[in-house]
Design a binder for this molecule. Sequence first.
Ligand code: ZN
Length: 468
Amino acid sequence: MTKIGLEIHCQLTNLQSKLFCSCKANYREFAPNENICPVCAGIPGSLPRLNQEAVKKATMIAMALNCSTPEKIAFFRKNYFYPDLPKNFQITQLNIYGDTSVGGSGTISVGGKNIRITRIQLEEDPGRIIYEGSSSKNQITLVDYNRAGTPLVEIVTEPDFETPKEVRDFLNILSDLLKNLEVADPSLEGAMRADANVSIHGGNKVEIKNIGSFHDLEKAAHFEITRQESLHDRDIPISQETRHWDDKRKITISSRSKEEDLDYRYFLEGDIPWVKINPEIREELKLKMPESINSKKERYMSKYKIPAQVADVLSSDKFYSNLFEKAHTKSNAKEVANIITTELMGLEDTREKRETSKLTAIHLKELADAIQTGTVSRNSSKNALHEILKTGKSVSLVISELDLGNVSDESELLQIIDKIIIDESQAVEQVKSNPQTINYLVGKVMQITKGKADPTLTLNLLKKQIGV
Ligand SMILES: [Zn+2]
């Protein structure tokens, strides 16, 4: 059996400032070493000041992942020497005096399976090392501290994943959740990084470090399982080791460095006192929490009887679920959900198309109502939707301009039906002995009216004229 555990690092990219100073959290817009101050550059004598917003956002992530949140949190120094770490220690969290990280243990359901979260901690990102030069002879090493001190949330899971697909499903849920909470934009380069541990058949655990994107995390897990299976098949022992992910060659490579065996000599960070998170603050954060994707899905299914698959697609897309919330009424909810998931999402399949679309929630509501009252058929509504996206004209105007309205005038329909009864006398006889075959005649009416005849009215009139 395969076991995969994850350690995921997410930058809180939507914050204004770094974790312990007022430099910008968005370091991406600066030239190298322009977004630094004595605190994040580790100048002796400078003192960190904790970003309260970062603690609140990290607590919200913990709550959204159903993790416990402690009354008091503490920060620790993790000591190691590396050029990207200006202080020679990283300020992070550790649970040696009980649960003092922003998030304790919790569980999240992924495709019906429970994945246990071990803990969630808040820490600072180091700077970045950049290698320049083409060969080892002329290679130089540069370091940029703009990123040093950026708020980072680390999410550690138990080894509960059994396939790379489960890993991907979890990452999709996590990515949606971070966007939904408005704490991070996971699509930014370097905003999400991960380590994974993989073992098969109860064997040794292999750590994979340095995975730079969600996309690569699934690939890395896949590669590592295949590599271990191949060793296992040839009775070669799998050694417990750390491997690095090579994102160019898309393989894992054994890491020869001893850096992983370091004793980090953790101790309490004396420059930051323990932080008490008052129950009122936790209540306030709970109230601010947007509805989770899962509970939104449940609500769509139970309140409006929207099918699970449609509810799933709708609830996991923030843009369209917002549109749904504005457009639906209790009676047309199912129809609105149907238009969005079967038509609209296909027509607006890029961000650009969404942004230039002229469609509003009012259009959507009116179109759903028009289908329900029989003013327009579901088929013709597709053409109407197309036109509305381009022009923004009202639903009633589009229906009349494109002549999409249903033929619901009884005398007009009767004329058509009477002619069909004469032309299709054989089919009419068949209906008399087998009433089910009446659908053929309904089809004929639809053909002549180009699908615009009111289906219920057509059926009733046909029955009446034939006498069945
Ligand atoms: Zn700074």
